[in-house]
Design a binder for this molecule. Structure first.
Ligand code: CP3
Length: 341
């Protein structure tokens, strides 16, 4: 399987490609299924429909991997936190974590069991996915999840969560430890249900200064990846710490693929990490508004990564108003230009 081979650093007939948030609002077929499910969380809770939208980018665009349709925030939801998705604004936890009692009230084993609808979605996808396509399972990093759980929503300053790491680090570590325990069980269950590859999204990595990053985020991400690599060595792990180009010298650990975000120059990632890890990424997602910009972006990345192990992707999620035709152009172009003769 070309995607799995690439994750393992083997030579492939062309560079495999997929897009973060590839099952999403830019696809009219997605909007149709979402409407029939009621809302976004309704779609996540319906394995048949979630399976259907997971397969859409594979069937419509020909990407080399499907990613399970769900959200990183179903984990805090099933740990016992109320979660809403507010139209036009994004996720919202009305009762954010404030005290040690709030942390003690969160469940671990029960959360991993309650996420059964994700495991069922995975089994359904595997029943329908072509043998030459990979299925990616995922979770949010403990830091990114904890940030949402404490801030209650997206934040510009991260003041609440950062106040906590400097005034009560023990409380923060207690929360991160608990989330990490759930995520190990969650990823293990995803693996047993049929994912081929595991990815950890650390979308809010860039909120932390360097030492704090390694203490409050990377350490816990590495704990999850080590757990997977020790118990399931056949499963490649992709790490995506977004926006930490200044910290690449200190990146280490037992994982396979480093996902490069669009703000990190691929040249720098190649220099610092290209001999140790497969690199994924990192086309600037807004280049998808223009075919010329797609072409020059793809050519640049091919040029920079030519001697290295590489998987093509965007450097963050595809935006809802990208024309499908342009997404198709990007996928086709990568698969054509990287073909080995
Ligand atoms: O196709 C895929 O990539 C699979 C599905 C997927 C979703 N969310 C579905 C989704 C994945 C991998 C995620 C991860 C996710 N969710 C992250 C990490 C990656 C990143 O983007 O940094 C984060 C931070 C979240 C939290 C989240 N979920 C936000 C901030 C939002 C609202 C913003 C937005 O784009 O509307 C969501 C909602 C969400 N998750 C949507 C989708 C398709 C849009 C919901 C809709 O249909 O209206």
């Amino acid at each position: 399987m070309i995607f799995l081979d690439a994750c393992r650093g083997k030579k492939t007939p062309y560079t495999p490609v997929w897009m973060m948030r590839q099952a999403g609002r830019y696809l009219p077929e997605y909007m149709e299924v979402r409407k029939s499910a009621g809302d976004f969380l309704g779609l996540c809770h319906d394995p048949q429909k979630a399976c259907e939208v997971s397969l859409q980018p594979v069937d419509i665009l020909g990407v080399d991997a499907a990613i399970v349709f769900t959200d990183i925030l179903v984990v805090p939801l099933e740990m016992g936190m109320e979660l809403q998705f507010i139209k036009g604004e994004g996720p919202f936890f009305p009762k954010p974590i404030e005290t040690m009692q709030d942390i003690e009230a969160l469940s671990i084993e029960k959360a991993a069991i309650n996420l059964e609808y994700v495991y069922e979605t995975i089994r359904l996808i595997r029943g329908r996915l072509a043998a030459d396509k990979a299925l990616i399972g995922f979770c949010g990093s403990p830091w990114t999840l904890a940030t949402y759980m404490i801030e209650g929503q997206g934040s510009k300053t991260y003041a609440k969560v950062k106040k906590l790491i400097y005034t009560d680090p023990a409380l923060m570590h207690a929360l991160l430890t608990k989330i990490t325990a759930v995520l190990k069980l969650y990823m293990e269950n995803q693996i047993k249900s049929g994912i081929h590859v595991a990815m950890i999204f650390d979308s809010w990595a860039a909120a932390l200064e360097e030492d704090a990053y390694f203490e409050f985020s990377w350490k816990y991400m590495k704990e999850i990846s080590s757990f997977i690599k020790t118990n399931y060595p056949q499963i490649p792990v992709i790490m995506f710490p977004k926006g930490i180009s200044g910290y690449l010298d200190r990146i280490d650990g037992d994982f396979d693929v480093f996902a490069v975000d669009w703000s990190t120059p691929m040249e720098l990632a190649v220099e610092k990490l290209g001999d140790r890890y497969v690199l994924q990424g990192n086309m600037e997602p807004t280049r998808l508004y223009s075919k010329e910009a797609i072409k020059s972006g793809v050519e640049h990345i091919i040029h920079v990564t030519k001697d290295k192990k590489h998987i093509f992707n965007l450097g963050h999620g595809i935006l809802p108003d990208i024309p499908v035709e342009n997404a198709q152009y990007f996928i086709d172009l990568v698969q054509t230009l990287t073909k080995k003769v």
